[in-house]
Design a protein around this ligand. Structure first.
Ligand code: FDA
Length: 513
């Protein structure tokens, strides 16, 4: 309506004035009238589903190059009561960084992406607008034996992923990305720029796993790098139902979290049409990283998992950074591809997660295969990601990410469809909801745990115009954070009592009235 057009203009005026005060150029402000507005908005969107259901587009996109511009955005957004959202890599499963139910402004961190590595101290400062691939590339450029344990996909943003945990191929050896953060630079709701010392240990605790958005805008994280061998070994073997997949996956559940932490045996399950039988089948793809040489790996595999029959020909020795290409199905590409943000195309997707604490029976696995076969070739994938090792050694309350000892593996469920199929989106979404509800009997209970980085609004959401009660937010809060949710609410209430930083699933402050 007319009144919102007025407040939009007021906001823009405010922003322009603030930018002038700090002598910064206004060319990092985009309104829908700018020719490049749409391409900037679209560029980092990987999941097309959330935007296709949303009517709101940002009133303004700000791509700050200086902290003062973030401070200006916060100041004006507060003054004019317009919601602010922040985006780093844009990979949020529910699009919470770029869609909203109310008018909003978008602070897009893309221009704040510098990375500086100190090889002697084995630390790095990385700005949150950088993507994982850039971080890995930059580390590997400086050293063949330093690395960082975070996710696999190179286009995921530092800002979102490290704020919620960050699981990857070295997590059993070194923990999550958030376990390896040693300092941060954050801008709070009052526009203050804080580091670990000035924000204090409560707030520093909250931003390492409490999920993006709730506590402020993180500009940079300081990381403790980890040491990797110059040569690591990968293997990638697939077994179909006809090749005993049910037995192998069943067996895998008894070893995946217990093997030595140098070994990550990640498992991907999909259905496809067999080229041999022509029938639809399920493939269990064991994708593995061993932080050592092949001649040490093979005897170990024969001892712990002889049924898988891994042979030398299945294994490839390479550097850690080359394994990053391997796990993204980009073998033989130049390392520069890790800097290419358009390397993967976008799709319509819906994801969910679970934690498994007792092995799933063979009967249960067979029902899962039926679900995959029903959904069809290439449309769905289940990732089984092993826990144990370093992840399980860290206490549940060390950082907000609580999924520690006692978990065998995490499940990520995903379903994909194309633009042409979007008329049938409900069918795909129902499929994943049915599978998830079937799985209740096999997974963690009270609460049924979930990973905040696999964001799922089926777990509930905040009210749009009224405040959200502790009880209401507890539904997703305890799933994502278990008992840490209480402390997250306390920190939020202390540092942002007016709930300036919010989204559909942010941590609410407890209102004293
Ligand atoms: P995005 O920019 O969408 O931000 C996510 C959330 O954090 C939003 O709420 C946003 O407002 C907030 N936020 C972003 N930047 C912020 C900042 N600077 N300060 C404060 N808040 C900020 N996870 C994993 O652990 N291991 C994995 O291997 C993978 N792999 C993977 C592959 C693919 C293709 C996708 C789409 C996702 C994953 N993930 C994952 C999940 C991923 O970790 C999760 O989606 C992250 O939140 C994405 O971070 P982005 O910065 O890209 O997202």
């Amino acid at each position: 309506g007319a009144s919102s057009a007025f407040s939009n203009n007021d906001f823009l005026e405010c922003l322009t004035l603030q930018f002038q005060k700090s002598n910064s150029e206004s060319d990092s402000i985009y309104t829908p009238k700018n020719a490049s507005y749409s391409s900037i908005l679209q560029s980092s969107i990987r999941n097309l589903r959330p935007a296709s259901n949303s009517t709101q587009r940002p009133i303004v996109i700000i791509t700050p190059e200086h902290e003062s511009q973030i401070q200006a955005a916060i100041y004006c957004s507060k003054k004019h009561g317009i919601q602010l959202k922040v985006r780093s890599g844009g990979h949020d499963f529910e699009g919470l960084s770029f869609v909203s139910e109310t008018p909003f402004v978008l602070v897009d961190m893309r221009n704040l992406r510098s990375i500086s590595i100190d090889t002697d101290k084995k630390t790095a400062w990385v700005q949150t607008g950088a993507a994982l691939g850039e971080l890995y590339y930059t580390i590997a450029n400086k050293s063949r034996t330093l690395a960082f344990p975070a996710g696999v996909c190179p286009t995921v943003g530092i800002g979102g992923q490290f704020s919620g945990g960050g699981y990857g191929m070295m997590s059993r050896k070194h923990g999550l990305a958030a376990d390896n953060i040693i300092d941060a630079k954050l801008i709070d709701a009052n526009g203050r720029i804080l580091d670990r010392e000035s924000m204090g240990e409560d707030l520093f605790w909250a931003i390492r796993g409490g999920g993006g958005t709730s506590f402020g805008i993180v500009v940079a994280f300081k990381l403790k790098l980890v040491v990797v061998p110059e040569i690591v070994t990968v293997f990638n073997v697939t077994r179909t139902l006809e090749q005993n997949a049910t037995h192998l996956v069943h067996r895998w559940q008894y070893i995946a979290d217990k093997v030595e932490d140098d070994l990550m045996l990640r498992l991907f399950l999909t259905s496809f049409n067999s080229s041999i039988t022509g029938q639809r089948t399920v493939g269990a793809n064991f994708r593995s990283l061993y932080l050592g040489r092949v001649h040490d790996l093979l005897p170990k595999m024969r001892e712990i998992f002889p049924e898988l029959r891994v042979v030398k020909e299945d294994c490839i020795e390479m550097s850690w950074i080359e394994s990053e290409l391997h796990f993204n199905n980009l073998p033989g590409e130049s390392l520069d591809i890790l800097l290419d943000e358009s390397v993967f195309s976008s799709a319509y997707t819906k994801g969910k997660s679970d934690y498994v604490r007792q092995p799933i029976s063979k009967h249960g696995l067979k029902r899962i295969w039926e679900f995959l076969i029903e959904e069809g070739e290439g449309n769905a994938e289940l990732q089984f990601s092993p826990y144990g090792g370093r992840i399980g050694e860290i206490s549940e309350s060390e950082i907000p990410f609580p999924h520690r000892s006692g978990n065998i593996f995490m499940i990520e469920y995903s379903v994909f469809w194309s633009a042409e199929e979007n008329t049938e989106s409900e069918r795909h979404i129902n499929w994943i909801r049915r599978l998830h509800s079937f799985m209740a009997r096999y997974v963690s209970k009270s609460p049924r745990a979930a990973y905040v980085n696999y964001r799922d609004l089926d777990n509930g959401r905040n009210n749009i115009y009224r405040s959200t009660s502790y009880k209401q937010a507890s539904v997703w809060g305890f799933r994502y954070f278990k008992n840490n949710f209480r402390r997250l609410v306390q920190v939020k209430t202390k540092v942002d009592p007016t709930n300036f930083f919010r989204n559909e699933q942010s941590i609410p402050p407890v209102s004293p009235w």
